[in-house]
Design a protein around this ligand. Structure first.
Ligand code: MN
Length: 238
């Protein structure tokens, strides 16, 4: 049920995005990720693994460590956990066509003693992130009686990780491959060493070969078979 909308929007023979598997997630960790998605409009997709799927919000301005910035987060369809390490290009003509960067990933702890599902139902979800870029306490708050009913705000709580004036676009490189959005769009290889800070000018290439995943996210989210992976690689060519 939860992944039907995800599957209905996509033709998996035409996109490298993973089809939902019917296997339950083997990952015990609470995985989170943020993808920077250069689609019709650039946005960030914020995802939290809850109840075996990635609960997802599209955040036009991106998440922020600045507690004074309350950014709109549109609640969108659940994604399969296999989507959690997806980085690549969705070909033209497909839903969400454009380049997808795995901008951040890690784990999270739910705050409070109510389940994630219950917190989403009540429209007030609180959690602590342990990512490469995002850390500390956040809330997602549903704005009831507004718009289409899917409008939430993502808000950084004040803690030691809060940083006023923090600019998400100063960190526009992949947490997985170190690549910029343009480098992903052009299928350039992963960077040898990950950039630690914004604006680093050293460009170190791993090789001239096409980009492969340079590293795996800390949380193991992959459940798809090698055969499925191979098929996707073949069909996404050309
Ligand atoms: Mn998106």
């Amino acid at each position: 049920m939860p992944l039907e909308e995800y599957a209905a929007k996509r033709k998996f023979e035409n996109t490298p995005e993973p089809p939902p598997s019917n296997k339950p997630s083997k990952s015990a960790a609470n995985y989170f990720c943020v993808q920077r998605h250069d689609a019709t409009r650039l946005h960030y997709d914020f995802r939290l693994q809850i109840d075996g799927v990635l609960k997802s919000w599209a955040v036009p301005k991106g998440p922020s460590l600045d507690p004074t910035q309350k950014h709109l987060a549109a609640h969108v369809e659940d994604h399969p956990v296999e989507y959690g390490d997806f980085e690549g290009n969705i070909p033209k003509g497909n839903y969400g066509a454009g380049s997808v960067m795995l901008w951040d990933y890690g784990t999270f702890d739910l705050l409070g003693d109510v389940s994630g599902d219950e917190q989403i139902k009540r429209g007030d979800l609180k959690f602590r992130l342990h990512g490469q870029k995002l850390n500390g306490d956040f809330a997602l708050v549903h704005m009831k009686n507004r718009g289409k009913g899917n409008e939430w705000l993502i808000i950084k709580k004040r803690d030691e990780f809060a940083a006023e004036g923090w600019d998400v676009e100063a960190y526009a490189h992949s947490a997985l491959s170190g690549r910029s959005q343009e480098e992903i769009a052009n299928n350039l290889p992963a960077r040898k060493s990950k950039r630690k800070s914004a604006g680093a000018s050293d460009r170190v290439w791993e090789s001239d070969r096409p980009a492969k995943r340079a590293a795996k996210p800390a949380a193991e989210v992959k459940t798809k078979s090698a055969a499925v992976k191979k098929k996707r690689t073949l069909t996404s060519r050309g």
